[in-house]
Write a protein that binds this ligand. Structure first.
Ligand SMILES: [Zn+2]
Ligand SMILES: [Zn+2]
Length: 366
């Protein structure tokens, strides 16, 4: 049982969100409001257990990491005190009695009003090529959906019977110290007749957890770390509230050759000495196949040659960046005598060239 689902909150929910969700559900399923309703009582226990963990930042962190928290696993080894369930229920009843007390005086805050469903957060991992191409990607996820058994109401119709909570009276009495309050029975809404019971399919929540697949439209050229929103595919809302959204964080695998910088793609192009000196045309990989790169005579290592419009498509307007070819002159490892001899001759012919001119000027000055 997922505690977040139980409380109907997202994993990123704040402590206030958790408290609010818990209070609303505790009121809905409190045994006082649903006397003799086993489904509601079970749900109430689960809600209390979920709040015991998610309402405590330390225990919530542990739960987020371990996924479970039970006394068996978190025993003396971690110094974590066991889960005292009876204490929880007791505490819950106390606080919820307080809420009911407030209701008696009309402080009932919009209980059961429409509420937007929680947003969901997911990650979509794409290869470099997939990110460049874009398109529709399916993403499997678990989401809370409206229960079909009860159309989201949480209860199902049954043959009318006398309400066991008020014994057909329609009113219940409760004593607080020397004061006695009379209020309409919550179970039968003051009618004295029960014509519905908690929906078995959803345990009265009105929602069920279900695996679903959504289609994420990915713009061509989407970059690593981008966040896409798929509207209205998050958790279903409550009481007619709108559904939440799904936020998809995109992860893009690195490419073995291309390095992306904004919409430009950088590529290191090794060229041989003679190609750099004499100039050459070399075939290089680009996104959509190969391109012929013109290396001008006298190209130095580190020099950049830009191929306009051969970079990544912009995810905003589809316009493509540039491909930036960065030249690396690669020195040959000479193994044969003839090549060595040719290079020696090359040195003799070009020996006077002042490759270290600035050193010589410095040394002459003494
Ligand atoms: Zn249902
Ligand atoms: Zn009743």
């Amino acid at each position: 049982m997922d505690f977040y689902i139980l409380l109907g909150v997202d994993r990123a929910a704040s402590l206030d969100d958790v408290k609010r969700a818990y209070r609303r559900l505790a009121r809905q399923f409190h045994p006082d409001v649903n006397p003799g309703d086993g489904v509601a009582a079970g749900r109430f226990r689960e809600i209390a257990q979920a709040y015991e963990i998610l309402g405590d930042p330390g225990r919530r962190r542990r739960y987020d990491v371990m996924g479970v928290e039970s006394p068996d696993q978190d025993g003396p080894a971690t110094g974590f005190e066991g889960f005292d369930f009876s204490a929880t229920i007791h505490a819950v009843q106390q606080s919820t009695f307080g809420d009911l007390f407030a209701e008696v005086f009309g402080a009932d805050e919009a209980r059961g009003g429409p509420e937007r469903g929680a947003d969901l957060h997911h990650t979509l991992s794409l290869s470099f090529a997939q990110a460049m191409a874009g398109g529709e990607h399916r993403l499997a996820l678990m989401r809370q959906d409206i229960c079909e058994g009860c159309a989201g109401t949480g209860h199902a119709s049954i043959a009318a019977a006398r309400c066991p909570a008020c014994e057909g009276d329609g009113m219940v009495r409760s004593a607080r110290g020397h004061m006695v309050f009379t209020r309409p029975c919550g179970r039968c809404a003051g009618s004295g007749v029960l014509s519905q019971q908690g929906c078995q399919a959803c345990g009265g929540l009105g929602q069920v957890r279900r695996s679903d697949a959504i289609v994420v439209p990915v713009p061509a050229g989407v970059a690593d770390g981008a966040r896409l929103r798929v509207a209205s595919r998050g958790n279903a809302g409550r009481a007619g509230g709108p559904p939440g959204d799904v936020y998809v964080a995109v992860r893009v695998e690195e490419h073995p050759l291309f390095r992306r910088e904004r919409d430009d793609l950088h590529l290191i192009v090794p060229v041989a000495v003679h190609e750099a000196v004499l100039g050459a045309r070399v075939d290089i990989p680009v996104l959509d196949g190969t391109a012929r790169l013109r290396v001008p005579p006298g190209t130095q290592t580190g020099q950049r040659i830009r191929l306009r419009g051969r970079g990544a498509p912009s995810p905003r307007d589809g316009r493509r960046g540039d491909l930036v070819a960065e030249i690396r002159v690669t020195l040959p490892r000479l193994l044969d005598e003839r090549s060595k001899e040719l290079l020696r001759q090359f040195g003799e012919i070009n020996g006077r060239e002042k490759v270290r001119e600035q050193f010589e000027r410095f040394l002459e000055r003494g």
